[in-house]
Design a protein around this ligand. Structure first.
Ligand code: ATP
Length: 262
């Protein structure tokens, strides 16, 4: 459904943030894109959403295919209309507006009755924000804000929902609630999800396939269950071993060297 083919992204025509990235998100799937700070995760989402040029970024090679059509060069509003909606890192709510006004902003193209019905569905998915519907979004807790941000994206009835680090800075219980709602959404409405996370443990539990990116390149990918069982992933992303966190690439080089020597 959504496919990146050998994507390369530069910022300021010089800084290579993403290199030769290929990634496949099948219809109805939940796919994780994992990696540490600065690995290139947000850049990939921005490339898909078509908003790179706002930051002097550019797709210089490769392609982004959605339902068989290239998205490179397509305007952000057109990409939204085609059904790809991103919930950005940091949530980007309209802070002075109420919860409900924020939701309505996401459904601006819907009729009043249609928007009303959708809002009620979102409240049943995220019950805590129903009680706060008339409160100012900027005063909500981080978890509630994340619920409003996802709810606002759902107002546009996306085919693909892209979540950029939804767990960032949230308490474990709230993260569970949010991820459970996303899972429910995927199962009941068939919304395809591309989940960007630093929290590899959670992301690999939730998704069926994962990609791990480092320094702009995919270093590992496969079924999430397999990735969870991979000793390198366990050591470097699931914190199951002691010691300083190294790069996956260091491990690979080391293993290659070892194979060479033996
Ligand atoms: P984080 O988890 O911190 O958001 P990330 O994996 O999303 O990290 P990106 O934000 O995509 O990483 O950044 C990838 C690389 O591109 C980094 O080296 C970063 O410094 C660089 N970069 C990101 N945005 C810009 C920009 N607007 N201009 C120049 N370089 C940028």
């Amino acid at each position: 459904m959504l496919e990146l083919r050998n994507l390369q992204v530069l910022y300021d025509r010089a800084i290579e943030a993403v290199r030769d990235v290929s990634l496949n998100v099948p219809e109805g799937a939940m796919v994780a894109l994992l990696g540490s700070n600065g690995a290139g995760k947000s850049t990939i989402l921005k490339a898909i959403s078509g908003v790179l040029d706002q930051e002097e970024g550019e797709v210089v090679a490769g392609n982004i295919m959605f339902e068989g059509v290239s998205l490179v060069g397509v305007s952000p509003s057109d990409i939204v209309r085609r059904g790809i909606i991103q919930v950005p890192e940091g949530r980007a709510l309209f802070a002075p507006l109420t919860v409900e006004e924020n939701l309505l902003m996401g459904g601006i193209t819907r009729s009043r009755a249609d928007a009303r019905q959708r809002i009620e569905q979102i409240y049943s998915l995220f019950t805590p924000i129903k009680e706060r519907r008339h409160q100012i979004a900027g005063y909500l807790s981080g978890g509630e804000q994340q619920m409003v941000a996802i709810g606002r994206a759902l107002m546009a009835d996306p085919k693909v929902l892209m979540l950029d680090e939804p767990s960032l800075g949230l308490a474990p219980q709230i993260i569970d609630d949010i991820f459970e709602a996303v899972l429910e959404l995927n199962r009941s409405s068939g919304v395809t999800v591309l989940l960007v996370e630093q929290n590899a443990q959670l992301a690999l539990e939730l998704t069926t396939r994962g990609y791990i990116i480092e320094n702009g390149r995919i270093v590992l990918d496969g079924p999430s269950e397999k990735l969870r069982a991979n000793p390198d992933v366990q050591e470097f992303y699931l914190g199951m071993a002691k010691g300083e966190r190294k790069s996956m690439r260091d491990v690979k080089h080391y293993k290659r060297r070892k194979r060479w020597l033996s």
